[in-house]
Design a protein around this ligand. Structure first.
Ligand code: BTN
Length: 263
């Protein structure tokens, strides 16, 4: 049995800049998000990154599981954002950072609302934001799972059909630390805009990379499905849907399924 290290290695020096304070690398964790939330309770710095080579209980959006075999990039970033900034923009900010980082490698990445990063129409990365609100401050954990060097045959058949592995797409493996560094630098850049209240700049950046606007979609909201043409996002990152009735409805959360191109 290989020995699984539970104590992290501090690999901060190559990453500390912008909003990044430290990077802790684990061999294996249940979930990097859970570990980051645990560290937050113990007072970890804003800008702490928890990285794992694999996860045994990776968490996805809407209570789903995030399959996390070796080869993927799995990390969570703990932040204590200023209370003035609209938190609903953070998942879109994170997606913008990941998509921009992939474009830095020449990979054409698009964003499916709110924060799935697609390459070639398939999911390359998913983002899960979890909040811990205390009377004095809000802690946000942004978890990113990127199918970097994942061998898709390691994923279940259901997930495999919707996923893309960057190594398989590009025909060569990637250096995980290098890619993490590029994503964190991009994130710091956009997080600076977020903290400065530059919502419109983030909104424009997201729109430029949107895969969703212009399509007719079905959003599975907590209250039930809503169908309409995705026409815009607002300054909070909420999706504006033009319903068949002609009414424009603001959708704040949900799973996005494409029905067709155009209205
Ligand atoms: C999604 O469902 O699309 C979001 C998936 C988020 C997965 C990442 S992997 C790193 C971090 N730790 C987790 O348990 N989940 C997130």
């Amino acid at each position: 049995m290989p020995k699984v290290s539970q104590s992290p290695v501090d690999i901060s020096p190559e990453f500390v800049s912008g909003c990044i304070a430290q990077v802790l690398q684990y061999e294996e964790l249940g979930s990097t998000n859970l570990e980051a939330l645990r560290l937050a309770k113990k007072g970890a710095l804003s800008g702490t990154v928890v990285l794992a080579r694999r996860q045994t209980r990776g968490r996805g959006r809407l209570d789903r599981t995030w399959e996390s075999p070796e080869g993927g990039l799995y990390f969570s970033l703990l932040l204590r954002p200023p209370s003035s900034a609209p938190l609903s923009l953070l998942p879109l900010t994170a997606a913008l950072a990941v998509a921009s980082a992939l474009e830095d490698y020449g990979v054409p990445a698009r964003i499916r609302w709110p924060n799935d990063v697609l390459v070639d129409g398939k999911k390359a990365a998913g983002i899960l934001l979890e909040l811990e609100t205390a009377p004095d401050a809000t802690v946000v954990v942004i978890g990113v799972g990127l199918n970097l060097n994942v061998d898709l045959s390691m994923l279940s058949a259901e997930i495999r059909g919707q996923a893309v592995s960057l190594a398989q797409y590009c025909g060569h493996p990637f250096d995980d630390h290098e890619v993490l560094g590029v994503i964190l630098r991009r994130f710091s850049e956009f997080y600076g805009m977020f903290c400065a209240g530059q919502s419109q700049r983030l909104r424009s950046g997201w729109i430029e990379k949107s895969d969703t606007l212009g399509k007719t979609v079905r959003i599975q909201t907590p209250e039930g499905p809503v169908e309409g043409a995705a026409v815009d996002i607002d300054a909070n990152g909420f999706l504006l849907l033009l319903l068949p009735s002609g009414i424009v409805r603001t959708v704040t959360a949900g799973d996005c399924l494409y029905l067709r191109e155009g209205r």
